[in-house]
Design a protein around this ligand. Structure first.
Ligand code: ATP
Ligand code: MG
Length: 298
């Protein structure tokens, strides 16, 4: 191990968190106004469909233990968490019947996490049957100490030992040793597009993590791609099927969002659900209500 870990960060301060939040926002995927690609709508849909299939395939591979770690990057509300959770939560009947030792236990970690919190969480999930999913938990990607811990946890060497070289009462009280071998898997879900990171220091850091993980960019950057993803999920995955809406009404919801795409507060599947909620509960004036609650002022 290089430098000792654990000299700071017992509890992340509010100021540190605020800075991470601000950095995350500026690193997050910014909408690309101009779409210069020559791809047809069908080609874009095929590309997006394939990327989401790969998201599920890779999650399955982590679940099986064939892949150690993966980073998934994409804008908010396009189905990243949904895809990963769908695979992880699926009850593996065959593995159960065979009492397969590869059956995994997983936890989804959301929000902020200090470096020491990360260290003990990795310890808790250090078994080869475990997976940790860091979902929108960008503080672990932007904090030096946390990144060093992750680099050790996901190293490509046979034995991945993590050290916490500073005495810690917290770790002692929880029975967490000062070093341990991490054999689990990890999935990072984030809005940060690694290729767009401008700060050299941060980019070097993230590259070191990326080098240890499979990196999947869902490539939904433009307004057009977001709208096509929306159409795809409503059409192929039946996202609005639980709503008591006719096919015509469902099409109205999607078309309304497409027609007003420039003014929608967000172009995402989540926005489709919001508009569908309003379409269903206020059938007579849903457009006016959507305009007030989901759209920017002119
Ligand atoms: N294939 C799908 N079928 C049905 N519903 C879906 C599908 N994909 C996503 N959704 C729904 O769309 C909403 C947004 O999806 P999700 O939370 O996975 O987005 P996300 O990309 O993780 O966003 P964020 O970056 O903000 O966390 C959720 O309510 C989810 O249930
Ligand atoms: Mg999510």
């Amino acid at each position: 191990m290089g430098r000792p870990l654990g000299s700071k960060n017992k509890v992340m301060t509010l100021a540190a968190l605020k800075q991470i939040e601000a950095e995350t926002r500026s690193l997050a995927q910014e909408p690309v106004e101009k779409d210069l690609s020559k791809e047809t709508d069908d080609e874009i849909m095929a590309r997006l469909g394939q990327r989401f299939e790969i998201l599920e395939d890779m999650t399955r591979a982590v679940k099986k233990g064939d892949v150690r770690a993966m980073i998934v990057s994409g804008p908010p509300g396009v189905g990243k968490s949904f895809g990963v959770e769908k695979v992880l939560s699926k009850h593996d009947v065959f593995a159960d019947v065979a009492n397969d030792s590869k059956l995994k236990k997983y936890e989804i970690v959301k929000g902020a996490m200090s470096a020491i919190g990360l260290y003990s969480k990795l310890y808790e999930y250090s078994d080869k049957k475990c997976i940790l999913v860091f979902d929108d938990c960008d503080s672990v990607l932007l904090d030096d100490l946390s990144l060093n811990i992750l680099k050790a946890a996901l190293d490509s060497s046979k034995k991945r030992t993590i050290h916490w070289n500073t005495d810690s009462r917290l770790l002692r009280s929880e029975g967490v040793p000062n070093s341990f071998e991490f054999k689990g898997g990890a999935i990072f879900i984030t809005n940060i597009k690694f290729d767009n990171v401008r700060s050299k220091k941060l980019r070097d850091h993230l590259e070191a993590l990326e080098s240890r993980c499979h990196y999947l960019d869902l490539t939904i950057d433009t307004e057009r791609e977001k709208l096509l993803r929306i159409r795809q999920v409503v059409r192929d995955a039946g996202m609005l099927d639980d709503y008591e809406l006719t096919d015509f009404q469902k099409a109205e919801v999607v078309d309304f969002i497409a027609d007003n795409s420039k003014r929608m507060r967000e172009l995402s599947l989540r926005m489709v659900l919001k508009v569908a909620d309003i379409r269903k509960s206020m059938p007579n004036n849903w457009r006016a209500v959507v305009e007030v609650t989901c759209m920017r002022n002119r």
